[in-house]
Design a protein around this ligand. Sequence first.
Ligand SMILES: Cc1cc2nc3c(=O)[nH]c(=O)nc-3n(C[C@H](O)[C@H](O)[C@H](O)COP(=O)(O)OP(=O)(O)OC[C@H]3O[C@@H](n4cnc5c(N)ncnc54)[C@H](O)[C@@H]3O)c2cc1C
Ligand code: FES
Length: 264
Amino acid sequence: MIPQFFQECAEVLVNEQIARNVYLMRLRAPRIARACRPAQFVQIRTDAGQSPYLRRPFSALRTDPEAGSIEVVYDAIGEGTRRMADAAPSHRLDILGPLGRAFVPPATGRLLLIAGGVGLVPLAFMAWFHRDRRDDMVFLMGAASKDRMPEMDRVIPSDLCRWLATDDGSLGHKGPVTDLIPEHVQQDGTQLLTCGPHAMMARVAEIAAELRLPCLASLENHMACGFGACVGCVVEYREADREDHRYRRVCIEGPVVDAHAIVW
Ligand SMILES: Cc1cc2nc3c(=O)[nH]c(=O)nc-3n(C[C@H](O)[C@H](O)[C@H](O)COP(=O)(O)OP(=O)(O)OC[C@H]3O[C@@H](n4cnc5c(N)ncnc54)[C@H](O)[C@@H]3O)c2cc1C
Ligand code: FES
């Protein structure tokens, strides 16, 4: 079943660079802002390429339902995102959302959020949304280098416990962010939630299996429609309850999936 979502002609309120090639955009989209929950995403029409129908998906970073605004953070890597980077305040973008299933964390235990690059976005929304509801959250953030690392207080709550890692050692731990996982696991219950490059999430799933911990991943497969119609975003499940259920659509059955069930 396709969930309810809205189409809004959203005014760009803020669009600023927060790290090398990484931008934060705030949009006025009151209906989406009211409905959007952690790990859900929006489809933005950038008018890139030949087809105006191919929107680009972006997770929500944070919403302000009273102000009617929603924020996204994006890496300018191609035609669509470069067009977004050029959008000045007052420009309008056609957006659809919220799409995908929201993430509902378990009621108790530590939440260990493991992010790589702009994969920080859905995890940061988790942290903002559950800020007053739970205190045991730890954010592990990895980036290629210091200049690719956003100032963390711009994207996650300032009181959230965080540890940083960079591949080149220019900030925080030198090496992959996954190195930091074991020391932040608590024996009496830790839920891992990850989002980032495919190889990083696969490694997080592997570590979680070794440590026998539950692990969810927020996938960022290429998408076309974003609401279940085109089957352009499927992921293969390791143990499917039915043979015809081996492939599932990330856009409506995800983007959050059980990392242990995925064929990485
Ligand atoms: C549910 C979801 C949430 C996402 N959230 C974010 C987010 O918060 N911030 C963010 O920066 N990006 C996010 N993405 C990825 C984002 O949608 C793509 O980076 C964007 O569509 C690229 O558009 P483009 O026109 O600039 O690039 P294109 O010109 O279409 O592509 C440029 C290059 O990027 C590659 N690429 C395109 N899409 C993806 C993708 N989904 N995964 C990996 N490589 C890709 C292409 O193969 C190509 O090499 C998300 C994707 C999904 C599915
Ligand atoms: S993107 Fe069309 S079915 Fe998922």
